[in-house]
Design a binder for this molecule. Structure first.
Ligand code: NAD
Length: 447
């Protein structure tokens, strides 16, 4: 029986029954049975239902934020912002329902039409770091395209998805269209990946598990999109606005206690600016408010589990440049930590998924690009420079799916998000996500 724990207090929130293969199969059967009616719902009505869900999320924002904050240990302010994004995502895809459509293509001898067809039952597998957000990134386009869904949240953080499933019904979306199954990844997740009636897996999680998902999906030639790990670079050139870059850098790593696939956890600094930048960075990092997630002022909460804290701790050996404060006692706390590193060090090569940033020096643009790209990952990243031509040159050269220039923010409902290299493939958010939840059917009519 999975025990759902508050990572800030180590107290049990609830114990849930563990689903297994039988429950996964039953959920797939319900989704399959609901498919033909759901795909036949008029686009304007489907849009209205998704929009109603968005509105219900807004009306229950405080409750959902509280659930997410307690279950993940997220600061309540951040959790509220995430719930606001969830509503925005559903609004976006409600608006997208009748704007993602086929074409007529000029051909000889007739008329050629393309249709956008839903795939059928899609399995959505979600990690524990942004449970509700990432669920909405998948649910929004899946529903907009007319698919039915089996959603599997992470074992550690199922509560917001379960509440969302109730709101889905309250919105008037028919029973069976969205099914949530809470159970172990290697049982329920694996079953969805291999199930012959599941047409596609939208997976977000680690690169290691993603590799297995891809292999498991091969048996039924299932479509997969994989949103995997990252080791993103925050590249600061000497001509940057160092004050702004340094003020922003801590939040690009320590947000969500570093448990963020987009974390710019390699901070690359051009040598002439290194000392000044590190001084500013240490100052900014020392101001990150770590503590009780219920406190409105808190900016960073605990890690998700004791086991994960051990893993994070294993990345820090030797004396860091800076180690912040974190509460003692109950809760899986870990302080903001800055370490000086070379790009060959383990802390710079592997995803820490905790509040540890590697600060790395470089000389010149070419070396910056080489170091930034010297990783198997390619999810996000930032470039800080006042030289516009260089910003664009480096942006084109970096092997990554998402980038920001003079900013560390990269996720918006209307813009595509996803990885390059071993950070995965397929795009979430934006109109692009709809391509991943539909197939193109081509019809030629002889005239
Ligand atoms: P994880 O890979 O351990 O688990 C992710 C999900 O997969 C969970 O629901 C889990 O139960 C399920 N799962 C586990 N084994 C499975 C199997 N054999 N078959 C099918 N499903 C299985 O990841 P996590 O620890 O929950 O999350 C952290 C990871 O997620 C990090 O690597 C992070 O970078 C990544 N992530 C990526 C993005 C992105 O958009 N690229 C976003 C958030 C998190």
């Amino acid at each position: 029986m999975p025990v759902v724990v508050n990572p800030a207090t180590e107290e049990t929130i609830v114990e849930l029954d563990d689903a297994g293969v039988a429950e996964a199969d039953a959920a797939v059967a319900r989704a399959k049975a609901a498919f033909s009616a759901w795909r036949a719902v008029a686009p304007s009505d489907r849009a209205r239902l998704i929009r109603r869900l968005a509105t219900l999320v807004e009306e229950h924002a405080d409750e959902l934020a509280r659930i997410e904050s307690e279950n993940v240990g997220k600061p309540i302010g951040g959790a509220r912002a995430e719930v606001a994004m969830v509503a925005e995502v559903f609004h976006f895809y409600a608006g997208a329902v009748d704007k993602h459509h086929g074409q007529t293509i000029p051909v000889a001898g007739g008329v050629d039409l393309t249709f956008r067809e839903p795939l059928g039952v899609v399995g959505l597998i979600v990690p524990w770091n942004f449970p509700l957000n990432i669920s909405s990134w998948k649910l929004g386009p899946a529903l907009a395209c007319g698919n039915t869904v089996v959603l599997k949240p992470a074992e550690l953080t199922p509560l917001s998805a379960l509440r969302l499933a109730e709101l889905v019904l309250d919105a008037g979306i028919p029973e069976g269209v969205v099914n949530v199954v809470v159970g172990p990844g290697r049982v329920v997740g694996q079953r969805l990946v291999e199930h012959p009636d599941v047409a596609k897996i939208g997976f977000t999680g680690s690169t290691e598990v993603g590799r297995g998902v891809m292999q498991g999906a091969a048996g039924t030639i299932k479509r997969v999109t994989l949103e995997l790990g990252g080791k993103s670079a925050n590249v600061v050139f000497a001509d940057a606005d160092l004050e702004r870059a340094a003020a922003s850098a801590p939040y690009a790593v320590f947000d969500n206690a570093g448990q963020d696939c987009c974390a710019r956890s390699r901070i690359l600094v051009e040598r002439p600016a290194y000392d000044r930048f590190v001084e500013l960075l240490v100052d900014a990092t020392s101001k990150v408010k770590v503590g009780d997630p219920r406190n409105e002022q808190t900016e960073m909460g605990p890690l998700i589990s004791a086991q994960h804290r051990e893993t994070v701790a294993s990345f820090v050996d030797g004396e860091p440049i800076f180690r912040g404060e974190a509460p003692n006692g109950r809760g899986y706390w870990f302080p903001c930590t800055l370490v000086e590193a070379s790009n060959q060090d383990r802390v710079a090569r592997e995803e820490v998924f905790g509040p540890v940033a590697a600060v790395i020096q470089f000389t010149g643009e070419e070396e910056a690009v080489r170091i930034a790209n010297d990783t198997p990952y390619g999810l996000s990243g930032s470039i800080w420079t006042e030289n516009g031509a260089r910003a664009l040159r480096v942006a084109r050269a970096l092997e990554t799916g998402v980038l920001s220039i003079n900013s560390n923010s990269s996720v918006r409902p209307s813009t595509p998000f996803g990885g390059a290299k071993q950070s995965g493939f397929g795009r979430e958010l934006g109109m692009q996500a709809l391509d991943g939840y539909s197939d193109v059917k081509n019809v030629f009519i002889a005239t």
